[in-house]
Design a protein around this ligand. Sequence first.
Ligand code: G3H
Ligand code: ZN
Length: 283
Amino acid sequence: MAIAATVELLHRARAGGYGVPAFNVIGIEHAEAIVRGAELERAPVILQLSENAVKYHLGAIEPIGRACAELARAARVPVALHLDHATTVGLCERAVAAGFSSVMLDTTDLPDAENARQTVALVAWAHAHDTGVEAALGVVGGKDALQTTDEGKTDPDAARAFVAQTGADLLAVAVGTSHYMVEQTARIDLDLVSRLRAAVPVPLVLHGSSGVPDADLAEAVRRGIVKVNLATHLNKAFTGAVRSFLDANPDVVDPRKYLTEARDAVTDAVRDRVRLLGGVGQA
Ligand code: G3H
Ligand code: ZN
């Protein structure tokens, strides 16, 4: 199967009322587990690589990116490839050359007008290369602290105008989540999700989804979140499995022993998230 087009896949989900998980890949075991989990649930899925993951791979996106592309092509379900939280256009270019179908250039630190200006330029380039663009407005994920006030949340009218001005294909919104949460205690503003869905004509993206309680995550999808970014949730499963296995088998030195456990645990976590978001059988 060809690598799926992220934007098309998400518009189908938006029309069908289900969410598509975008799982962050660290190493190839993550990617294998994500694709296997999606196949077992017959669900579309997005493999995403962050700039931080690229840095972990010694700054080169090509080896891990092309491995993801091969897994996507060999999959029995639609698998899209997304570059997450890039800070340079150069990395977006390398991702597209490696087969990625969408990119996010994280310019949310800039004033809104400059964020819009850079997004317009990226969209022009990306569309000429048949690639989708995820833009963001607001303090996405409030990376350093839990978002507990309305400050930094995405305003629906501003979001509508931003998408119209920039031509972005997907919009990441700030609705109360934070990155890297290991407990599901975030308080997502569900009313704001509904208002954003009504205001914005493109699929909405939720960052920091690992910290959201299950019932609220499912409700956020019912109200209009389509792309659900999940990283920490899988990393907890991966690391927990490695830790238990090595605690029980302290003499093991072959990485395949504990990485098999980790990959299986991630596969189970992927299946569980797909079911929660309503993606079963949607491939
Ligand atoms: O950029 C990463 C995603 O937004 C996932 O964040 O690790 O908090 O789930 P998370
Ligand atoms: Zn994020």
